[in-house]
Design a protein around this ligand. Structure first.
Ligand code: DQA
Length: 156
């Protein structure tokens, strides 16, 4: 499959990857995560752009501004996952499927991380595999877009 366009959204504090709690999040930097995603995107024949922000409003603005050139989102919303009704509404509002990913196994951590406001409206979720969560999530999202196209789902 070719021609699909994916936007990756990295939420707050993910710029610190590599030195932020490495025992939980691993030692890969955000640049390394993005490089691995670029390489897989090339293999899968999809176009990929990435965005990171520590600011909820900036993420919402970005979703809106790229939606018309994006077929699906790969989202690690970090702490916003557990708190942001606005991000959930924004993702629903732009009308593009998304896959939620997390480096850590949030279900095995503090109870406030057990709830995701995004998961119930995501196409799928992947968590607990470190950098691989992103790569598995990208594969899942691309397969999901492919299946949707085959089943004739409307798309603008
Ligand atoms: C995270 C998990 C979140 O609970 C946390 O707030 C993060 C990172 C992860 O990738 O494991 O910032 O999204």
């Amino acid at each position: 499959m070719t021609g699909r366009r994916i936007t990756v959204i990295h939420g707050p504090n993910l710029r610190l990857l590599g030195r932020r709690e490495p025992e939980i999040y691993g030692t890969a930097t955000l640049e390394a995560v993005n490089a691995a995603l670029w390489s897989l995107a090339e293999e899968l024949g999809v176009a990929l752009e990435t965005f990171q922000s520590n600011h909820e409003g900036e993420i919402l603005d970005h979703l809106e501004s790229v939606a018309t050139r994006t077929d699906g989102f790969l989202v690690n919303a970090a702490g916003l996952t557990h708190t942001s009704v606005a991000l959930r509404d924004g993702l629903l509002g732009v009308g593009r499927p998304f896959v939620e990913v997390h480096l850590s196994n949030t279900a095995a951590r503090e109870s406030f991380r057990h709830t995701s406001l995004l998961a119930p409206v995501a196409a799928g979720v992947v968590y607990g595999f470190g950098l691989q969560s992103y790569l598995l999530g990208l594969r899942g999202l691309v397969a999901h877009l492919h299946d949707r196209a085959r089943s004739g789902a409307p798309h603008d």
